[in-house]
Design a protein around this ligand. Sequence first.
Ligand code: FES
Length: 164
Amino acid sequence: MIITDSTRSRFDREVAKYPAEQKQSAVMACLAIVQQEEGFVSKEAEKAIADYLGMAPIAVHEVTTFYNMYNQHPVGKFKLNVCTNLPCQLRDGAKALHHLEQRLGIRMGETTADGLFTLQQSECLGACADSPVMLVNDRTMCSFMSNDKLDQLVDGLRQSEGKA
Ligand code: FES
């Protein structure tokens, strides 16, 4: 991946927030910028960021793979992350994930053929008491997701794209 001038200037702004000898602290921000621009963080992008920040590519890769908000592959327009950590498992987290698999016709980790939905599981979202819980596009938290609410969510997102 070649870093464009506009991307580089965005990186520069993040690096400027830290002391010169600690520019590696901007790695998460640089990864977020790439994901915002490309939709995911490719191995080439990790290498470009590593070169830019003077880090080993494996050190950048460790960050990408530690946080599951970074997409390591292209994803659908709507990324649905269902929490399946233990407290949620005890309160229908897996059931919600399974319902979405059936409703969308894909398995966990896959994307629908129309490119609209990617279904993933996630680690604890910090809202165990609201289980089943899920996150839409890394931003919108949805709580108490019964099968009816899951259906409403999928229908609403499809409608928003004119694909209902
Ligand atoms: S275990 Fe699911 S939100 Fe905490």
